[in-house]
Design a protein around this ligand. Structure first.
Ligand code: ADP
Ligand code: MG
Length: 320
């Protein structure tokens, strides 16, 4: 059997949520084309509301796409929905735990749902790998948030799918447990499992993923190997203290300045395209007398926002 080049392939994917009495119609995905290479740890990075969960939920069969095509492990989700879904394990964004079952029972129920024969189940092995072995028979309501999330990961793997999808996996997970979760995920990847995760933290995607797609307002605005993307995001900021505090941003030609609370002027530039000298020249040109200056390394979140929001638009206030 030939293995697919892409674990997941979406073409022209559109999702418009219908209007309700209280909310207008909303296009959450506006023509998404994505090819997720088999064997990768792929990050879907974007601010809240970008459409990440909508994409994942379409893969999981929880949301119906409006149009476009999706193939999972070379199986079209319209033509072979069951086959396609058998190839993914999905860990949803919201913590959902069945309070009536112990982790062991919960795993068994899940395995039953996927038709995994008893002899082929690895319940304890998976729970152990996720550090839940000693909680196998505990009541789920006795588990912490981080444990519940790891149980969700364990359940997603009962049928041994070639693709594991995690939607915002670190929400509610403390640092130590996050490390453990990543170790598990990286270990699976080394065994050949393709990993897809969504996050709104660049640092998280940067640390884990070999390929990153940035989504914003339902569109893919970048998709490339992590190192290449980071080079594109390589910026520095010059912070200028003027002799008199500024109240508005002077015109700086090709640069965009931001006034800091103390009346300082911050100007960010791409390291490959410009330099401190050129920025200072533009500032002097604008008639600003410079008293002092400093340079700063990029704040990744700022850089990320500058890439995902086109100039002049307000940042999404709902962004965490
Ligand atoms: P993300 O996961 O990137 O934060 P979502 O896919 O959850 O983004 O949401 C994308 C957009 O679609 C948002 O504007 C959100 O409000 C909207 N949306 C999500 N789910 C629904 C729904 N069930 N009904 C209507 N609108 C929705
Ligand atoms: Mg989401």
């Amino acid at each position: 059997m030939d293995l697919p080049t892409y674990a997941i392939e979406a073409k022209g994917l559109i999702k418009t949520y219908k209007a309700t009495k209280t909310t207008p119609a909303k296009t959450a995905l506006n023509g998404v084309d994505l090819q997720i290479p088999r064997g990768s740890i792929f990050g879907l990075l974007g601010p809240n509301g970008a459409g990440k969960s909508t994409f994942i939920n379409i893969l999981a069969g929880l949301v119906r796409k409006t149009s476009g095509t999706v193939r999972i492990w070379d199986r079209d989700i319209d033509e072979r929905p069951r086959d396609a879904r058998a190839c993914i394990g999905v860990v949803a964004q919201e913590i959902a735990a069945d309070v009536f079952f112990t982790p062991r029972e919960s795993m068994e129920v899940q395995a039953g749902m996927y038709g995994v024969p008893k002899a082929e189940r690895h319940t304890l092995e998976i729970l152990n790998a996720l550090g839940l072995g000693d909680k196998a028979d505990a009541y789920v309501r006795q588990l912490s948030g981080g444990m519940k999330r790891r149980l969700m990961v364990a359940k997603a793997m009962v049928h041994n799918p070639p693709i594991l999808i995690l939607d915002e996996p670190t929400a509610g997970v403390d640092v130590e447990l996050r490390r453990q979760l990543w170790r598990y995920v990286v270990g699976l990847n080394q065994l050949g499992v393709t990993i897809v995760l969504t996050t709104h933290y660049l640092e998280e995607a940067q640390e884990l993923c070999d390929t990153i797609a940035i989504v914003n307002r339902g569109e893919v605005v970048a998709c490339e190997p992590t190192a290449q993307l980071l080079r594109r995001l390589d910026t520095r900021t010059v912070v200028i203290t003027p002799t008199a505090p500024l109240s508005e941003v002077p015109a700086l030609g090709r640069y965009a300045g931001v006034i800091r609370p103390g009346g300082e002027l911050a100007v960010t530039f791409k390291t490959g395209e410009s330099g401190v000298e050129a920025v200072l020249a533009a500032v002097r040109e604008a008639g600003v007398a410079i008293k002092d200056l400093a340079t700063e390394d990029p704040d990744l979140e700022d850089v990320f926002m500058s890439l995902t929001y086109s100039a002049g638009e307000e940042a999404d206030p709902t962004r965490a």
